[in-house]
Design a protein around this ligand. Structure first.
Ligand SMILES: Nc1ncnc2c1ncn2[C@@H]1O[C@H](COP(=O)(O)OP(=O)(O)OP(=O)(O)O)[C@@H](O)[C@H]1O
Ligand SMILES: *[C@@H]1O[C@H](CO)[C@@H](O)[C@H](O)[C@H]1NC(C)=O
Ligand SMILES: [Mg+2]
Length: 406
């Protein structure tokens, strides 16, 4: 039995061990915050204060500045506790609409310059041409005039005539234009596959909030639950349909290079899926260029951009000029099958449950690793595998739903 009166003596005896233990504990907690594994609303408030400070100084303009800073129309701010690589991801409520705030990277060279001490800004023509050039160089997309013009204004149908105000607006837009997420949400706003852009304030922008996909929390559940199984099947079908749209609905197919289940969201009140995290989303030629420009590779692992993979030509130490895997491969590997290590599934994915028929499991393995490569798969599944996967999912889903209602 522990003698509690001796506790101080014991503690004293082990004081170094205890001190070390406490230090390590503090360090772990510090790291969790540092890497954003945990977030607190304090962090959200730091961002809000920063936005509103910029707004007060007249440096930040945009439609969500006033509601956030002066009349508290945006309320119930909450942080999103995820291991996040972005500076800020938090949400708030504005007239019954939930918004998610994100920030464009702030280390961008200033738009204005000084000529013999005189403050200079580009002309409207130059600014428009620059916006087009940014989109061309980042995404290899030639914008229609109308879209380019929209990109150079914060209010779609309003031309700021006050020169000083317009200059501030240009400064703000300039920072936002460097952000891939902002660009895609803005350019493809009518396409309904990326979150709707709802407003901006300085380097911050807000997009529509989307519900997470059901089943994320119960990903480890082994319960034989027919209803859950049919939800999972329907989600899988929707994911395939969404990437189909992203690959065929544009001049070039989009590659989603950072695929996780949390990066798919459901539009409020609907069943439509959208892709949330656009940092790793690029048209094919842009992703090819990103991979090609990697200098000096020694192994295939050096020729990757997040989940988008290519190969290394070892004789010349250069990455292949084309991405070799595709969206469906990554989805089969990371979302449908689950987290694997040396070809063993460790954390079962969306479609790996006790209900999974062996035929489906076999198609999924084929899809995730078409050439049965050791290490990270780098091939894309062929058209036939894609069709078989889609058809079998639809078939199982229908039979499960029918069973359910019989
Ligand atoms: N529009 C949105 N609607 C709902 N939730 C969102 C939205 N945007 C982001 N989130 C949530 O916040 C998380 C982090 O956002 P995001 O992926 O954009 O940032 P990140 O820095 O890349 O984070 P991570 O490294 O976790 O992917 C997302 O995984 C998602 O759960
Ligand atoms: C840009 O895309 C077009 C096809 O839309 C392609 O032919 C061209 O090679 C691409 N340019 C670059 C620099 O990748
Ligand atoms: Mg992310």
């Amino acid at each position: 039995m522990i003698n509690f009166r001796r506790l101080p003596a014991v503690a004293y005896f082990h004081r170094y061990t205890i001190a070390t233990f406490i230090l390590i504990l503090f360090y772990i907690v510090y790291l969790l915050f540092r890497w954003n594994f945990i977030c607190t609303n304090a962090q959200t408030w730091i961002h809000v204060n920063r936005i509103c400070d910029l707004f007060d100084k007249g440096k930040a303009v945009g439609s969500i500045c006033a509601p956030l800073c002066t009349n508290n129309a945006i309320h119930t701010l909450t942080c999103h506790s995820f291991k996040s690589t972005k500076e800020a991801v938090f949400s708030g409520e504005w007239h019954q609409t939930r918004l998610v705030f994100k920030t464009a990277s702030s280390d961008v060279q200033e738009l204005h310059w000084y000529d013999n001490g005189v403050l200079k800004y580009p002309s409207e023509r130059e600014f428009l041409a620059t916006a087009k050039a940014i989109v061309k160089s980042k995404l290899n997309i030639t914008l229609p005039q109308e879209t380019a013009v929209r990109l150079t204004r914060l209010k779609p149908n309003y031309v700021e005539s006050d020169v000083r105000k317009r200059q501030k607006e240009m400064d703000n837009i300039w920072v936002l234009l460097q952000d891939n997420e902002y660009l895609l949400s803005n350019i493809f706003t009518e396409r309904d596959i990326f979150p709707q852009l709802l407003g901006t304030c300085g380097p911050y922008f807000a997009v529509e909030y989307m519900d997470p996909i059901q089943g994320i929390s119960s990903i480890l559940s082994f319960a034989e639950d027919k209803e859950e199984w049919s939800v999972r099947l329907r989600t899988a079908i929707q994911i395939i349909e969404l990437i189909e749209e992203m690959e065929n609905g544009f001049q070039e197919p989009f590659h989603l290079c950072d695929i996780k289940l949390e990066h798919f969201g459901i539009v409020k009140g609907g069943s439509r899926l959208k892709f949330i995290d656009l940092v790793g989303v690029y048209p094919r030629s842009a992703i090819n260029n990103l991979i090609k420009d990697t200098d000096g590779c020694n192994s295939d692992e050096d020729c990757e951009f997040l989940d988008c993979r290519s190969r290394c030509h070892k004789s010349i130490n250069k990455c292949s000029r084309k991405v070799t895997n595709n969206n469906l491969q990554i989805i089969c590997e990371k979302i449908f099958l689950g987290w694997r290590m040396s070809n063993t599934v460790l954390i079962p994915g969306l479609l790996m449950t006790p209900d999974t028929p062996s035929e489906l499991a076999s198609i999924l393995r084929q899809c995730a690793n078409p050439k049965n490569e050791p290490g990270k798969p780098r091939e894309s599944p062929d058209e036939d595998t894609k069709k078989r996967l889609y058809n079998i999912l639809v078939e199982i889903e229908q039979s499960v739903t029918n069973d359910f209602y019989l």
